[in-house]
Write a protein that binds this ligand. Structure first.
Ligand SMILES: Nc1ncnc2c1ncn2[C@@H]1O[C@H](COP(=O)(O)OP(=O)(O)OP(=O)(O)O)[C@@H](O)[C@H]1O
Ligand SMILES: [Mg+2]
Length: 431
């Protein structure tokens, strides 16, 4: 039989073509061998080990070259480029929108985590998009066409938890009238999303830990072990590390769940993308309501750009839908939900007689009125200024004796596009 003449280790330059050739020779040697003697087997084993080492060297070299090529550009990539790069890599956004660097970072982590099958822990305040992010991870992995099963751990009564997660057998407890699959079995080969994991009581945490370690479950009332291949993504709006320091969440479970940790920033830390989200949800609402996208008065826009959004993206989305539904062509402060409406508007909405109870003169109302007035003045100043300088930001900054980047931050805050002023100036000239 013919075995590679050349003993491994001779060649100094490794290439995929060279490796493929060696593998082919090895394959044909094995295909035609009717029987192999011990020395031949040992020779083949040596050759196979050498090939493995060469592949590893090559992949190491390739990773090194790729990393070196990617490094200088990665940190400089602008938001738009980072988003574009995700799109070009066929990333599935599942409707997640925005271009704030913190959100992009979360999406990039999701992209890397998705194909691995490693557990992911997502944390963030209510309404920041944790469930959406779990779906993004599922959709970008190789389990995308398998089930995605969502469990709200905070909503299951303690006595039903085990049966809900692992299923039960007929007669296991009063009311168990038949065999029933649990969520883990339903999510077999797919993803289980354990929402509000911080609410899981300690006994449930012990059981969950066992599944994560052994990949096996037992239905309540059965001795049989059932193997489950389920990818776990968990989410919480609580600080699990703190809960675990206080002894309310098992530390070992915290580390098991959070092999990859994604934190979604609250909207108040990514205010820069609010104008973009207005547009996005405005178009979405218009489509859903079959109408033209709603416009906003300046004062409503100023108010919404500055609002704190305790309910994060969910709240912003709901507000835009509400405005789109209640307002005609243009929405104003009076279309806001009463509980967030600025004090002066709430008073006006409540009618003239409500002004006499002293509430309208509270310190809160005064500071709110000042804030709105100051925002409006700032916005008008910027718009007038841009008009005067034909939309050239650097010129405006010079005239106001301000730093250019500061002017840009202010323009962003108010959602003002300097390019619109430049276009207007060009149009004026053309006339
Ligand atoms: N980046 C985003 N782009 C577009 N829509 C988003 C984004 N983030 C969240 N949303 C939308 O906001 C709403 C709330 O998102 P989601 O339910 O994922 O939040 P959550 O963090 O799980 O909230 P909770 O803690 O209250 O369960 C959903 O309608 C979701 O589609
Ligand atoms: Mg949620």
């Amino acid at each position: 039989m013919k075995i590679l003449d050349q003993e491994p280790g001779g060649s100094s330059t490794i290439s995929y073509a060279g490796l493929l050739e060696k593998i082919e020779i090895l394959r044909s040697a094995l295909r035609w061998a009717s029987r192999l003697d011990r020395p031949d087997i040992e020779k083949l084993l040596r050759q196979a080990s050498a090939l493995r080492d060469e592949v590893m060297q090559l992949s190491h070299k390739e990773r090194f070259v790729n990393a070196a090529a990617a490094e200088p550009t990665r940190s400089d990539l602008s938001r738009r480029q980072r988003r574009k790069a995700l799109i070009e890599r066929s990333f599935i956004f599942e409707g997640a929108f925005g271009d704030n660097p913190k959100l992009l970072e979360a999406l990039e982590i999701a992209e890397k985590a998705a194909p691995t099958g490693l557990p992911v822990l997502i944390d963030g305040e209510s309404g920041t998009g944790k469930e959406l992010m779990a779906k993004v991870i599922h959709a970008n992995g190789d389990r995308a066409d398998r089930p995605f099963i969502s469990v709200n751990c905070g909503a299951i009564p303690d006595n039903l938890l085990e049966s809900e997660l692992f299923g039960h057998c007929k007669g296991a407890f009063t009311g168990a009238v038949g065999d029933r699959k649990g969520k883990f079995e339903s999510a077999h080969t797919g993803t289980i999303f354990l929402d509000e994991i911080g609410e899981l009581p300690l006994p449930g945490q012990v059981k969950l830990l066992r599944v994560l370690e052994a990949h096996e479950i037992q239905r309540v009332g059965s001795d049989q072990l059932i193997r489950v291949d389920t990818r776990v993504v968990a989410a919480t709006n609580r600080n699990l590390r703190k809960l675990s320091d206080e002894g309310r969440f098992r530390e070992d479970l915290f580390y098991r769940l959070g092999v990859i940790h994604v934190t979604l920033p609250p909207l108040r830390e990514r205010k820069d993308e609010i104008p973009l989200l207005f547009e996005f949800f405005g178009d979405e609402a218009a489509e859903a309501l079959k109408r033209r996208p709603v416009e906003m008065t300046r004062r409503l826009r100023a108010f919404l750009l500055d609002y704190a959004y305790p309910g994060n993206i969910r709240e912003l989305r709901n507000i835009v839908y509400r405005l789109s539904c209640l307002a005609g062509q243009t929405a104003d402060l009076e279309h806001l939900p009463a509980d967030i409406r600025p004090a002066s508007q709430a008073r006006a909405a409540a009618g003239p007689e409500s002004g006499g109870d002293g509430q309208s003169l509270s310190a809160d109302a005064l500071s709110e009125a000042k804030r709105i007035a100051s925002d409006l003045a700032e916005r008008e100043f910027l718009e007038r200024g841009l008009q005067e300088v034909g939309g050239i930001v650097i010129e405006l900054a010079k005239r106001c004796n301000m730093n250019r980047s500061h002017v840009q931050v202010l323009l962003k805050k108010h959602g003002i596009q300097s390019k619109e002023f430049r276009a207007a100036a060009r149009a004026d000239k053309a006339i």
